[in-house]
Design a protein around this ligand. Structure first.
Ligand code: HEM
Length: 513
């Protein structure tokens, strides 16, 4: 009997604990997604077998008349913002309340690799962002171009082997090997051999980062539900952490821990390392007179390795997704493909047949097609922020608390017929300079927006367009026996959307290479 009473009391206690915040949105008169006991909405993507991006897009679409919708991550209230005007407040106007991305929920303990620019928050983010911005300047991009050209030449050779074999090629994998080599060459001054070897070290690391295992999903779920309890469990699996640190150590040792004049990302890290400390104005702390406090951090090896990690991870996967999906769309839209190819031929003629920074900049129709590809498959398909303090939502009587996650579904906004006529159709003309101004602010954001927008946007656009131009210059791209007009998104995708079965296409040579 005593045991039974104890069990009943325990069940009641767990019930109250697991639902303690579930009236949060109701009390504020905000429509919300009905939470599941204990898990909130966290496990909905697993139950519905959809990616995180698809889950948020479905939630966005389910409330067409709301400016925002409440949801729960475990017991923690979160909010999905639908209205472009409010999105502008979150990403730009009221950025001081939303500078955290909130992937690391525990402010004090941050895994070494999580100190990268994408996942770190607060002052480390602010100071590192200032330091790293110079790595993406126009002069740096121009200086990188010979390496881009070298990598596109290798890409052409490998693509040619596939074309000669008359077999279909998974362009998702091919372009991932191209962007891996590109990032290896431009960022780290090494030949990562991803194009030459199907199973190179770098490609294996890249695949592992973006193929979350059951362990990764479990840790992600637990850390978001119980940030305190799971604060010491590493977000990234040990093999990813070890491999990254070992690669960074190796490359730095090859350069004797001093910048070698290549002016690449590793050189920038080594320059920072020589300074030992990073000092700047705090985004979090204020002096009594209201001015920002000065803060400083040690530039230790782990902090630098974390930036190398994100340069690699964010640098290759998003661009390979964008370039392969663009090739896929062009295979299914031969008239757009022909127009891109004609432009590539004409522009290259003006530059002695050679790909260069200015030539890619002159490929205006290809750029429109690139933007349209990203509209149809934005990768990643959602943006995250976290409130840094209490925030009153403008134009309403709703106030949300510090620590509320904010989600914006780029995927749903990009496919909403309110903002894009006939949204399912691939139509690069939407991004013609005469039409682009008709696109409402804060509905097309494949690179995010505001001070936390993608730092590598121009580099991503350059490597994507250069890779696609190199393919179109030499090959016709058509659907093959296993191509699906609408590829299926892998439900295991957490941030960048992977595709089940890749993107198989057929390549045929335009002329002998
Ligand atoms: C087509 C290619 C790319 C796409 C679609 C893309 C997309 C994005 C998006 C959506 C974000 C989040 C922005 C936000 O929350 O407002 C982001 C952030 C970021 N991206 Fe990219 N990205 C691309 C290429 C790159 C490249 C080439 C690099 C570096 C080599 C890079 C590095 C980063 C970093 C470090 C952040 C975090 C910035 C911060 O929080 O300050 N990305 N990217």
């Amino acid at each position: 009997m005593f045991t039974l009473v104890l069990v009943v009391l325990l069940v009641i206690a767990i019930y109250f604990y697991g639902t303690r915040n579930f009236d949060y949105w109701k009390k504020r008169g905000v429509k919300y997604e009905e939470p599941l006991f204990f898990f909130g909405g966290n496990i909905k993507s697993y139950i519905d077998n959809v990616s995180f991006s698809e889950r948020f897009a479905a939630l966005h679409r389910a409330y067409p008349n709301e400016k925002f919708v409440g949801l729960f991550e475990g017991n923690r209230p979160s909010i999905l913002i639908r209205d472009p005007e409010l999105i502008k407040h979150v990403l730009m106007t009221d950025f001081r309340h939303f500078h955290r991305r909130g992937i690391s929920l525990n402010k004090l303990v941050t895994d070494p690799l999580m100190k990268n620019l994408f996942t770190v928050d607060g002052d480390i983010w602010k100071l590192m962002r200032q330091k790293l911005t110079s790595a993406f300047s126009t002069s740096k991009l121009k200086a990188m171009f010979p390496l881009i050209v070298e990598t596109t030449e290798k890409l052409t050779q490998i693509a040619n082997e596939y074309a000669e074999s008359n077999d279909e090629v998974d362009v998702r994998e091919l372009m991932a090997r191209y962007t891996t080599d590109f990032v290896g060459a431009c960022g780290f001054g090494i030949d990562s051999q991803a194009l030459n070897e199907t199973d190179s070290d770098f490609r294996r690391l890249g695949k592992r980062i973006f193929s979350p295992t059951i362990r990764d999903h479990f840790v992600n779920l637990m850390k978001s539900m119980f940030p305190e309890t799971f604060r010491n469990v590493r977000f990234f699996a040990p093999e990813i952490e070890e491999k990254t640190f070992s690669i960074v150590r190796q490359i730095m040792a090859q350069r004797n821990y001093k910048p070698c004049g290549r002016n690449d990302f590793i050189d920038l890290m080594l320059e920072l390392k020589q300074k030992k400390k990073i000092v700047g104005e705090s985004i979090e702390k204020r002096n009594v007179d209201g001015t920002p406090e000065l803060v400083e951090f040690d530039l230790d090896d782990q902090l630098l390795a974390a930036q190398v990690f994100i340069f690699f991870a964010a640098g290759f996967e998003t661009s390979s997704s964008a370039s392969s999906f663009l090739l896929h769309m062009l295979a299914f839209h031969p008239e757009a493909q022909e127009r891109c190819r004609k432009e590539v031929d004409e522009v290259l003629n003006n530059y002695d047949g050679k790909l260069c920074y200015d030539a890619v900049k002159d490929m205006k129709y290809l750029e429109m097609a690139f933007k349209e590809g990203l509209r149809l498959l934005p990768s990643p398909g959602y943006l995250l922020r976290l409130t840094c303090d209490k925030y009153h939502i403008p134009g309403t009587d709703v106030t949300i608390d510090e620590g509320t996650s904010v989600v914006i579904s780029v995927e749903a906004l990009c496919s909403d017929e309110r903002y894009f006529e006939d949204p399912e159709t691939f139509n690069p003309e939407r991004f013609h300079p005469d039409n682009i101004r008709n696109i409402e602010k804060c509905v097309y954001m494949p690179f995010g927006d505001g001070p936390r927008a993608c730092i590598g946007e121009r580099m991503g656009a350059m490597q994507t367009m250069a890779g696609v131009a190199a393919i179109l210059k030499n090959f016709n791209v058509t659907p093959s026996r296993n191509s699906l007009r609408r590829p299926r998104i892998d439900p295991k995708s957490i941030i960048v959307q992977s595709i089940i079965g890749g993107l198989p296409l057929a390549l045929t040579q335009r002329q002998k290479i």
